[in-house]
Design a protein around this ligand. Structure first.
Ligand code: PMV
Length: 347
């Protein structure tokens, strides 16, 4: 008889960027992200104990939005194989995994953070339900974050509501390189309703995978200075996030986004992931901010799309500006309105 476990897990947007890794998916610097609400994946894991005649080894079928997807299947296979030492019981079951996203796959939003954390949550729940090893209800989130990290680095931050920190730092004692820890409760209330609207400058596929991007940091002449800057920026940002210094926080957040792109531009080979309209929108946004003094800031992921950050207090003004001045420069005038969310939950 088969049983099913299902989780919804959101995407997250980094304010201090993780870019550069070593060893088994360990970060070269600590990062912090906001957990999103509307951009999420839902994964259903149906499992059935194999019988004595079944083939040994991992056994699963995977459907993404109802269809086979060889790329995603290969990624899942790689992930599940990589954790067999820690979850050897995975070989005892046959799995049917189904996953879908709340956002269109081609929208230029990375789905690995939400999709793979949802799967890691399902597997961690299975381990907990069967009482495997030291898996308990008490360490559930930490374990789920640990396995999410092994699946896809920054995915480990998606587990918790509000905000999450991943990576050791003197600025936050509880932080670890192995899993993310929640920071939501320390956020000033102004950030609890923070919006993150993703403006689609271009929905084309990413030109460089994050795996390749992290590797390029190994030869980057600015790498060490970057890791020191990230450390320093994290310390300052944590203070601003706690005190509600929204402009001070915004300056650091923009610096982080532009540094991430500067690192890609200064790598060998070099990548320019911004499009002309990315820069145009940045200039427009900064001019509007200068004029209105309102706290509208941006961040970028490893791509051309602009993430706009603002508190709900200025929602009316910010959205009117976005609609009239920015959307005309987006692909088909499209954007995705999102905001800080509650974190992953079981369905
Ligand atoms: O988790 P990865 O390996 O896809 O790397 C993510 C890197 C950035 O999205 C650019 C920054 C971050 O911290 O999320």
């Amino acid at each position: 008889m088969s049983k099913t476990i299902a989780w919804r897990s959101p995407s997250n947007i980094a304010l201090i960027k993780y870019w550069g890794k070593y060893g088994r998916q360990l970060p070269k610097n600590a990062s912090i992200s906001l957990t999103l609400e509307n951009a999420f994946s839902e994964t259903h894991l149906q499992y059935e104990q194999k019988n004595a005649q079944s083939a040994a080894g991992l056994s699963f079928d995977f459907l993404f939005e109802g269809k086979e997807n060889p790329n995603f299947s290969a990624r899942i296979e790689k992930f599940m194989s990589s954790i067999l030492d820690e979850m050897p019981f995975l070989k005892d079951y046959h799995f049917q995994i189904q996953s879908h996203n709340s956002f269109p796959h081609s929208a230029g939003i990375a789905s690995s953070a939400s999709g793979l954390s949802a799967l890691a949550l399902c597997l961690t729940q299975l381990a907990t339900e069967i009482g495997y090893g030291d898996f308990t209800k008490e360490n559930f989130k930490e374990k789920a974050s640990y396995f999410s990290r092994l699946a896809s680095g920054s995915a480990c931050r998606s587990i918790y509501g509000g905000a999450a920190i991943w990576g050791e730092t003197p600025h936050y004692e509880k932080a670890s390189n192995l899993y993310a820890v929640p920071y939501g409760e320390s956020l000033h209330p102004i950030f609890h309703t923070y919006h993150n609207d993703i403006l689609f400058v271009s929905k084309a596929e990413k030109k460089v995978s994050s795996t390749a991007g992290h590797q390029l940091m190994e030869g980057n002449p600015f790498a060490e200075a970057r890791y020191a800057q990230a450390q320093d920026n994290l310390g300052k940002l944590l203070t601003h996030l706690k005190n509600g210094d929204i402009h001070e926080a915004g300056f650091i957040i923009e610096e982080e986004a532009l540094t991430l792109h500067a690192l890609m531009m200064s790598s060998r080979p070099s990548f320019v992931l911004m499009q002309p309209n990315t820069l145009l929108l940045i200039h427009k946004l900064r001019a509007w901010r200068e004029e209105t003094k309102l706290p509208l800031y941006f961040t970028l992921d490893a791509g051309p799309n602009l993430h706009l950050l603002y508190p709900s207090e200025i929602k009316t003004q910010a959205q009117a500006f976005i609609q009239s001045e920015l959307l005309p420069y987006c692909e088909n005038g499209q954007y995705l309105a999102d905001k800080v969310g509650q974190g992953a939950f079981a369905l």
